[in-house]
Design a protein around this ligand. Structure first.
Ligand code: NAP
Length: 244
């Protein structure tokens, strides 16, 4: 069977650590060249690129705060110039600042919505001209089980992740005829820095009795990148925390 990812160019936002880094490596393992975006953790992004190159694929690390339109556009231009047009976009960058309904501020809301939701919109808009020209594209965005059950991070986080599902539905419906699929992964708790900031969430609260691994999420991202017949879907990878 032909590998649809061979030589395709992928961009993973927030690929310097956690789930994004695992997705970047898994896409490289599956045959893609990968641009690894980061905001602060340059070393993490460079290490991810070194690992990708060891797999025989091209890689580049690009600093950009993807919640800012100008930086998102510059990021896409640099990847296009240095690797080529992006065919696989993974909207993974995110923050999970824990706040309750009693402690949340307007700034918390704005920061979270900008990074977790607006950035995905900005990167999709920036990637679409090349994908539409090629009549091939894969867009995978990270939502969360918090979109479905509320979760423990706070109202801002749940709303941002719910927004990702609506965003996915819009683009999937309008791009299905152009060879571009648009899907969402909704993970439950996964062992990363983000989860370390949420001590109230314990493995025994999950039906499977443990947190997910980054590779279990990356696996699904690669599946969505390879498959051209799944679009507009939310794939739940949540250890049984929510039955979709
Ligand atoms: P993480 O370990 O905290 O890593 C976050 C990544 O996002 C880092 O690479 C970080 O870059 C990057 N980032 C943050 N703000 C950015 C910005 N403005 N511009 C560019 N990059 C930015 O997070 P994670 O746990 O892997 O989560 C990844 C995604 O999955 C997030 O969207 C998260 O909401 C979602 N998710 C996670 C879980 C979980 O349990 N972990 C569950 C459900 C959904 P730097 O390293 O440079 O700071």
């Amino acid at each position: 069977m032909e590998n649809p990812l061979t030589d395709k160019i992928a961009l993973v936002s927030g690929g310097s650590r956690g789930i994004g880094r695992a997705i970047a490596l898994a896409l490289a393992w599956a045959g893609a060249d990968v641009a690894v975006n980061y905001r602060a953790n340059e070393n993490g992004a460079r290490e991810a690129c070194d690992e990708i190159r060891r797999l025989g694929r091209r890689a580049m690390a690009v600093r950009a705060d993807v919640s800012r339109a100008a930086e998102a556009a510059r990021l896409m231009d640099r990847v296009r110039r240095e690797l080529g047009p992006v065919a696989i976009l993974v909207n993974n960058a995110g923050i999970g600042t824990v706040r309750t309904m009693d402690t949340i501020t307007e700034e918390d809301w704005d920061d979270t919505l900008a990074i977790n939701l607006k950035a995905a919109y900005l990167l999709i808009q920036a990637a679409l001209p090349d994908m539409r020209k090629a009549r091939w594209g894969r867009i995978v965005s990270l939502s969360s089980v918090a979109a479905q059950i509320g979760g423990l991070i706070g109202p801002h986080y749940a709303a941002s992740k719910g927004g990702i599902i609506g965003l996915t539905h819009y683009y999937a419906a309008h791009l299905a005829g152009e060879g571009i699929t648009v899907n969402t992964i909704a993970p439950g708790p996964v062992d990363t820095d983000m989860m370390a900031g949420l001590p109230e969430m314990r493995p025994e609260m999950l039906p499977v009795g443990r947190f997910g691994t980054v590779d279990e999420i990356a696996d699904v991202a690669v599946m969505l990148a390879r498959n051209g017949y799944i679009t507009g879907q939310t794939i739940n990878v949540n250890g049984g925390r929510y039955f979709g």
